[in-house]
Design a protein around this ligand. Structure first.
Ligand SMILES: Cc1ncc(COP(=O)(O)O)c(C=O)c1O
Length: 378
């Protein structure tokens, strides 16, 4: 039986509850012990999680050291660590600190944009399917949403989205798109932006680049330069994907300073905790680790793609850390069967009900997953 976190902790005589008891939290000098406790142990349940586009390798070594060093500050509000993170992001992008807004994950950025720019009179334009959070926020707030289906190649239908832009408060443009893994090149993005700016000048465009670091398509460019030049464009990024920190929660937006002023008021404030801020600050410029993560993803993705293609399935293009596979039948029973065999895969993304989204795990996880896919799918 694999060693669980609880067993490991009790083996050290601390007890599960004791690990998080106030004396240990407040005592400096225990950081090494805590990090040892939390590292390198299997997640509970032994499930291989290929369902949420997380990075299976977790944060890199620099992030780990930074968390360790910051642990003694866990009793303080994150003002200084947040300031340090803003400075690191600004340095990385070659922008001014006033162009950076932090979020508790990029999810907070998405929520802020919906709150600031979508109203009962100014709708949200989104795609179907795309990352659902902006539409979910808008609907919860009672604000109108127009959903434009992806095209036959699973790409965002920018022509049709542009047709719905008139009078919109916000367009959500996920590039690369989750869950379809497609990307639009620089020229296409610029043409789309120019068209919206001409036809509906008051509309904001939120370009979500959560999977930016995984893109291989040479025509792709980040929209950050566009956001700096145009107050109606927001670019969001996250530390949850290639940086492996989905559970820590840190994301950000790069925006024009006028837009930063509008958005700041919608922040939680102290939304990025001290450990997340320290880990993100330490990781953002770690080129070596980034390259390693990109290679790991590329290799495990190629292995997984090869299995499905050899088995006769259509696999969509993928500029991300997940694949979309057309099973040519309802994916839900397959998903259930995989789950019973210890592999969690993506949920249904209507109307693409025959497509299965498989996030890329480690090579070992994908080798195990392929055995299960073979058994389940025949
Ligand atoms: C396209 C996209 N944007 C944003 C997010 C939100 O990520 P987070 O809040 O962890 O930064 C996700 C998460 O999967 C995503 O796929």
């Amino acid at each position: 039986m694999p060693l669980s976190r609880r067993h490991f902790v009790s083996a050290l005589g601390l007890g599960g509850a004791g690990l998080f008891s106030p004396p240990l939290l407040s005592a400096r000098g225990h950081e090494d012990r805590l990090v040892t406790l939390l590292s390198g142990l299997p997640a509970p349940g032994g499930l291989i999680r290929l369902d949420s586009n997380e990075n299976p390798n977790g944060p890199g070594p620099r992030a780990f050291e930074a968390i360790k060093a910051m642990f003694g500050e866990a009793n303080r509000y994150p003002d200084d660590p947040e300031r340090a993170l803003v400075a690191a992001i600004a340095r990385e992008h070659g922008v001014s600190e006033e162009n950076v807004i932090l979020g508790c994950g990029s999810s907070e950025i998405l929520r802020m944009c919906v709150e600031a720019f979508v109203s009962t009179a100014q709708h949200l334009v989104t795609a179907g399917p795309t990352f659902e959070l902006p539409a979910t926020f808008a609907r919860t707030m009672g604000r109108p949403v127009v959903t434009v289906p992806v095209d036959a190649k699973l790409r965002l239908d920018l022509e049709a989205m542009g047709n719905k832009a008139g009078g919109a408060g916000l367009i959500f443009f996920c590039n690369p798109n989750n869950p379809t893994a497609t990307v639009h090149g620089d020229e296409t993005v610029r043409d789309f932006v120019a068209r919206v700016r001409r036809d509906s000048p008051a509309t904001y465009i939120l370009i979500d680049e959560a999977y930016h670091e995984y893109v291989d398509d040479p025509t792709y460019r980040s929209a950050v330069p566009m956001a700096l030049a145009d107050a109606n464009i927001i670019v969001s990024r996250t530390f949850s994907k290639v940086f492996g920190m989905a559970g820590l929660r840190a994301g950000y937006a790069i925006v024009h300073r006028d837009t930063a002023r509008r958005l700041q008021g919608w922040r939680i404030g102290s939304g990025v905790n001290v450990l997340a801020a320290a880990a993100a600050t330490a990781s953002i410029s770690d080129r070596e680790h980034l390259a390693l993560e990109q290679k790991r993803n590329r290799d495990a993705k190629a292995f997984t793609r090869a299995y499905f293609e050899k088995a006769g399935y259509e696999v969509g293009v993928s500029e991300t850390n997940f694949l979309m596979i057309d099973l040519r039948r309802d994916m839900r029973p397959v998903r259930e069967a995989c789950r019973k065999e210890g592999i969690a895969v993506g949920r249904p993304f209507p109307p693409l009900n025959s497509w299965l989204r498989v996030s890329i795990g480690t090579m070992e996880e994908m080798q195990r997953a392929v055995e299960v896919f073979r058994k389940v799918m025949g």
